[in-house]
Design a protein around this ligand. Structure first.
Ligand SMILES: NC(=O)c1ccc[n+]([C@@H]2O[C@H](COP(=O)([O-])OP(=O)(O)OC[C@H]3O[C@@H](n4cnc5c(N)ncnc54)[C@H](O)[C@@H]3O)[C@@H](O)[C@H]2O)c1
Length: 142
């Protein structure tokens, strides 16, 4: 049973372990849009992978234009896309840094497509800032 109903929920990395687990809890009562480059794909083996409320957009979080387009109209945004797992990190340190350190700020730009959306991130603590949770923090010079 979920407390979130009748929302359009956009999940980056939704084909991964955390993302697909979240989808299992939400897909019956909401429309889910997964945005994932399918570097990993736990979703394909889930019983709900073909659910009519689930739509997969194959894309990269480093591609801001594609990300913005896919995110359009979302009520809730959950950021789970990441390079996770020590083996993968060791094999591809530069890619890991790009996705985990550049990809998250790219994702965090103000979402023009869905200015009213709320969201959360699996890779960073969610911050509460009203209806625009992704407005970047102002940098302070030391
Ligand atoms: N697994 C855990 O127990 C756990 C616990 C706490 C936090 N987290 C965090 O949650 C996040 C997700 O972890 P996970 O275990 O689900 O990892 P995962 O590898 O299972 O899932 C990550 C997903 O991101 C996708 N992805 C990778 N690069 C991408 C890119 N450039 N563009 C779009 N999609 C991309 C992958 O294809 C994959 O589906 C990570 O930040 C991780 O640190 C995980």
């Amino acid at each position: 049973m979920t407390t979130i109903k009748d929302k359009t929920i956009f999940i980056t990395g939704g084909a991964g372990f955390i993302g697909s687990t979240i989808i299992g809890r939400l897909v019956e009562d909401n429309q889910i849009v997964v945005y994932d480059n399918l570097f990993r794909d736990s979703l394909k083996d889930k019983p709900f992978s073909g659910h009519p409320n689930l739509r997969l957009v194959q894309g990269d979080v480093l591609d801001f234009e594609s990300l913005s387009k896919a995110m359009a109209g979302a009520d809730i945004v959950v950021h789970c896309a990441a390079i996770a797992g020590i083996d993968t990190v060791i094999i591809s340190p530069v890619t890991t840094m790009r996705v985990n350190m550049v990809g998250s700020p790219t994702f965090s730009r103000p979402p023009r497509a869905c200015p009213a959306a709320t969201g959360s991130s699996a890779s960073r603590p969610a911050r509460s800032s009203g209806s625009r949770p992704f407005v970047p923090r102002r940098r302070t010079t030391p």
